[in-house]
Ligand binder design. Structure first.
Ligand code: GLN
Length: 390
């Protein structure tokens, strides 16, 4: 067994015995799920998928669909049009609360049901099937395989979904939902009934973690900006009225679903997903949360953990016949540019007058335009002694 899977197995053994909480009962089909199922997985930058436990178990995506429908809405209409209909503020209320802004009726955010129904209602399509197909296609691109719907969970949710219908009617009365309330709600129920495994969810989370590019298929699914917007909303609102505490303790943008899944995004590091059907009072899986919390702690994934590399690009200096060549590698951010400039000044001072100093930025994995601009300006001021290769 490889060392990372061995670490995951250890977490599984530690979390396994926890048996508090109950599967969701308000959707009859979900109450039938085996409460003992337990699985989780991670996907790293090179698209390696590592899963442990009952990783073949399929479950419905439920509220973990919400980030992907938000991604589709942002991809289709852009940020301003979407956030004119739905807010970006944590509601501090349960997932099914009537969290609407006084006066406008705008739902608090796209992660609570009211906001998710509003977001779903934006997705274009002639009927429920067409809209659902667009949503499932987007989710499938995130997962890297064709996903489909569990019709019995959909039927069960539609038969008992009066609270969501009431929310949708309220949204219609404020003009937030336009068109058919029935179509908006049924499309929402269908998106919640898409079947996934922890592997799928971990790949979906990883696609967000790696800026909208699926690390397994290498397909660009959404732009970096859309991925960042979705992840930002998950960070502030993904765990409902536990979102603030979650950020404090776990520090990862995440989204839970009443089927018992939790997926989390460690930007540029990992996509994470865990599944266990027993839920706490917030409707979040007890063991899935505990697993993500433990992984965040053990793998150092808290978002606000300090990192050196962004401020310290790789710098190596080689001598050539013309003069020193300063090669940059890794990531050049704004803070890193400052470090490069001070090194460069030292090199220029030390080099003989006739030497031409070359700064070779061609091998940078990533650079921020502001950092490049600062570097370029400084190098221009030192011309012709210093030149930049990009
Ligand atoms: N389909 C569920 C509902 O609307 C989703 C809720 C959830 O997963 N928190 O009630």
């Amino acid at each position: 067994m490889d060392p990372i899977t061995a670490l995951l197995e250890k977490v599984l053994i530690e979390i396994g015995p926890h048996d508090s909480g109950e599967p969701a009962s308000y959707i009859p089909e979900l109450a039938e799920s085996d409460p003992n199922l337990l699985a989780f997985g991670v996907v790293g930058p090179r698209g390696r998928v590592m899963t442990v436990g009952d990783d073949g178990a399929e479950f419905t995506i439920q509220s973990m669909s919400k980030p992907f429908v938000l991604a589709l809405a942002l991809h289709t209409f852009g940020r301003e049009a979407v956030f004119a209909r739905v807010g970006a503020e944590p509601s501090g209320e349960p997932f099914n609360a009537i969290s609407l802004e006084a006066g406008t009726g705008r739902p608090a955010n796209p992660m609570v049901n009211a906001g998710a129904i509003a977001t779903t209602s934006l997705i274009p399509g002639a009927d429920i099937d067409e809209r659902t197909a667009a949503i499932v296609a987007m989710m499938s691109a995130f997962a890297g395989r064709s996903l489909w719907i569990d019709e019995s969970v959909y039927a069960s949710e539609s038969a008992t979904g009066d609270r969501n219908r009431a929310l949708a009617h309220l949204l219609k009365s404020y003009g937030i939902v336009e068109g058919s309330v029935h179509d908006a709600v049924e499309t929402y129920f269908r998106q919640c009934s898409v079947l996934v495994t922890v592997r799928d969810l971990a790949v979906m989370a990883a696609t967000l973690a790696f800026g909208g590019r699926n690390p397994v298929t290498r397909e660009r699914v959404v732009s970096e900006r859309v991925a960042r917007d979705v992840t930002s909303i998950m960070a502030s609102c993904g765990m409902y009225d536990f979102s603030g505490e979650w950020m404090l303790r776990v520090g990862l943008p995440a989204k839970s679903g009443v089927s018992g899944g939790v997926m989390a995004v460690a930007p540029s590091q990992f996509g994470v997903a865990a599944f266990s059907p027993r839920l706490d009072a917030h409707g979040n899986s007890v063991r899935a949360q505990a697993i993500v919390a433990m992984l965040s702690d053990r793998f150092g994934m808290h978002l606000l953990e300090p990192h050196e590399s962004i401020a310290a690009p790789g710098i190596s200096v080689q001598e050539s016949a013309a003069g020193p060549v300063v090669r940059l590698g890794g990531e050049l951010g704004f803070a890193g540019a400052e470090r490069v400039l001070s090194m460069l000044r030292e090199i220029v001072t030390a080099a003989p007058n006739a030497a031409v100093i070359t700064v070779d930025a061609a091998e940078l994995a990533r650079s921020h335009p502001a950092a490049v601009m600062v570097l370029q300006t400084e190098i221009d001021s030192m011309a012709p002694r210093v030149r930049l290769l990009q």
